[in-house]
Design a binder for this molecule. Sequence first.
Ligand SMILES: [Zn+2]
Ligand SMILES: [Zn+2]
Length: 385
Amino acid sequence: MIALTASRLYTPLDCLEQPLLLVDGDAIVEVSSRTAREVPAGTQTTDYGDATLAPGFVDIHIHGGAGHDVMNADTAGLAAMERLLAAHGVASYFPTTVTAPVDQTLSALDRLASAIEQAEQARAEGHAQPLGIHLEGPFISHLRRGVHPPANLLRPTLEMFDRFWQAARGRLRMMTIAPELEGAKEVIAEAARRGVCVSLGHSNADLNATRAGVAAGASHCTHGFNAMRPLDHREPGIIGAMLTDSRLSADIIADGIHLDPIIVQLFVEAKGPDAAVLITDATAATGMPDGHYRLGSLEVEVKDGRCMSEGRLAGSVLTMDRAVRNVMQFAGWDLQQALRPASLNPARITGLAGRGKLEAGCKADIVVLTPAGEVRATMVRGAIC
Ligand SMILES: [Zn+2]
Ligand SMILES: [Zn+2]
């Protein structure tokens, strides 16, 4: 058994001063306070001084990092990305596909499912853990495709969805879909029935089409404001629904490039600390110098932190710890508030039991943060890195 102490702990719903957190194997066995309890004899204790203990971050939308793209990364490539993620406080993540020819998508899903299965079998120390796959495209709108290749976009069908599902061996946990497409409602309903978090995005949906998607089973929105029909005061569309419908959670890329800081503030105030989610949408270029990188079949040029392809934004080089600090800076949220969209909320909305919170019985996924919100250490399933 090991014990961690620090100045403060956020569960994140509750704040504990002088915490004492006991870990046995890969699980948290007790969360209490040093003032209330002695460290059990024979326990190895690490004291993080003035730092804060918080749940390891959960990134439900990430395409790559450390020079590797999840559409074609091999085991070593995924491992390099997972070490980068852990260095930025991320304990678990959903590798996210980008629209590609069907055979390439199927082989990526098969490979990513294998990575998830391997990680379940054996803990790789110092690595963030892949817990499910996010299918972004091909069921998205030509009008709001961003950089997803137009030739590979598909109309949603149950048959195609099932082929993806089978290739992923049921490891699809999230899917971005445009609800206005013909066939979308049936696919949304079936995906939700199979436990997939269905997220509306890359969409030109008006208010009615968005509401129909929610009625069919969609519960979330992907990178709010980006690749969506713009907000109009007479046709509020998908953004109007996203901001006001309490049945929808939603995520944003809070890098200060995809959204003006004012829009980040508007978003987190509208969705509130329960339903706002942070993602990185990070690409292979994350953690790397400026230059040229792959995003699926695309070449992306990265300059001054901006990822561009065909003159459009193509993912980010954002890390989750920076996203949290940006929300504090852009929206005036304190650390405890800003942690929730990076941990508890993504875990809850995607049905990840025992993740995203520090409670007895949960996985020992923990980030140690300085008072300024910088990552000092990350623990993934009980292994510190
Ligand atoms: Zn996207
Ligand atoms: Zn993406």
